[in-house]
Design a protein around this ligand. Structure first.
Ligand code: SF4
Length: 367
């Protein structure tokens, strides 16, 4: 038959320079990648590698690890070597760890110029070491640690101050002939963050790493990040993303992946189309949707599963999906590719859906 058309997206990517973070290409020629950051003590190599493995399984493309002590720096070579996804070392305060991370074979190093003393004087040495090892640098400006000079100039972390800080540091690297840069300008206010990234996008062609910093607990942080990233991705701005949540990093990776899937910027995997329920529902829709979601978690194929509470929109949505159920009268009509394949009692809906999903998945190619 005819090949399926590519999925609709909302914008062409903003054209950027390309760079490689280990095995992952970053920039407009590459898919947008999802990042997260470990919460383990980096020096605890086993715990850190275990968390990285969990992140990898959750769809994380690149992982960042903190490096606040000499023990952490000493653990970097082993972590960088054994991780299945590229490892970025996150360096604050101590320039010596920038060099340690580069020598450790980290796929990239993130520096926060705002809290490394006399950072500007060290740019030349950093650029040289990074060039020798082919290590890209992320300039990660943060509203909470903005350069004093810019705080004095702007009074607070405005979009202009954030963008100017990052562009200034980038220009110092450029003076040393170093362009393997990725830039982030994070703020906890999505409006300021969006504006700052728009300014950056207008003023440079470096790849941009999107983040709303200190976005909060899962509910608030998910919404802040989704709204902010959506506004930027809609304009093609953003090459890597990190959702910051006061929640386990696996949740960050899942939310990040879901944001990209929602905009067709990453192939869709399992998608549950479930109704919000209403006074017509003849089944506990929330429970049914949760049970189906849990039962199908981790499926690697792009399956749309409709879970509908009644027969008003039920059969219609269930028919549009690969698989679905429309409930009513204590029974569930199970649809596969638009055909009712069976009608089962309510107590058998979940297991029947899971059974059918696994059968369909076997016939499909992974996304
Ligand atoms: Fe209400 Fe039925 Fe629509 Fe669900 S499918 S929201 S129960 S009308």
């Amino acid at each position: 038959g005819m090949p399926a058309p590519p999925p609709l997206t909302l914008a062409d990517r903003r054209k950027t320079r390309q760079l490689r973070v280990g095995s992952v290409g970053v920039g407009s020629e590459h898919p947008i990648s999802v990042q997260s950051m470990t919460t383990t003590v980096t020096a605890d190599v086993n715990a850190t590698l275990q968390q990285i493995a969990e992140l990898t399984a959750a769809g994380c493309d690149i992982v960042r690890v903190a490096c606040p002590s000499a023990d952490d720096a000493a653990a970097l070579p082993q972590i960088a070597r054994k991780s299945k996804i590229p490892v970025i070392a996150d360096i604050h305060f101590q320039p010596k760890y920038v060099f340690a991370a580069i020598e450790a074979g980290c796929a990239a190093v993130r520096v926060n110029p705002g809290n490394i003393k006399k950072f500007d004087d060290r740019v030349g040495e950093i650029a040289q070491a990074a060039t020798e090892h082919g290590t890209p640098i992320r300039i990660g400006v943060n509203a909470g640690s903005l350069d004093r000079r810019l705080m004095a100039k702007y009074g607070r972390a405005t979009p202009e101050a954030l963008a100017e800080s990052a562009l200034w540091e980038a220009s110092l690297f450029a003076e040393h002939g170093f362009h393997d840069l990725k830039i982030s300008v994070k703020h906890n206010d999505p409006v300021i963050m969006i504006r700052a990234y728009e300014l950056l996008a207008e003023s440079c062609d470096y790849p941009l790493h999107l983040g709303v910093t200190e976005a909060g607990p899962a509910f608030q942080g998910t919404i802040k990040s989704a709204v902010a990233f959506g506004a930027l991705l809609r304009r093609g701005i953003g090459d890597t993303i990190r959702v910051s949540l006061s929640a386990p990093p696996v949740e960050e990776a899942k939310v990040g992946g879901q944001i990209l899937q929602s905009l067709n910027l990453r192939p869709r995997k399992l998608e549950i189309v479930s109704c919000p329920s209403c006074g017509r529902a003849q089944v506990d829709v929330y429970k049914l949707a949760d049970e189906v979601t849990a039962g199908l978690e981790g499926m690697e194929v792009p399956l749309r599963v409709a879970v509908m509470g009644c027969v008003v929109n039920g059969p219609g949505e269930a028919r549009e999906a690969d698989l679905g159920v429309a409930s009513g009268n204590g029974k569930g009509q199970i649809f596969v590719k638009g055909e009712v394949v069976k009608t089962v009692p309510e107590s058998k809906i979940v297991e029947t859906l899971i059974e059918e999903a696994l059968r369909i998945a076997e016939e499909m190619e992974p996304a």
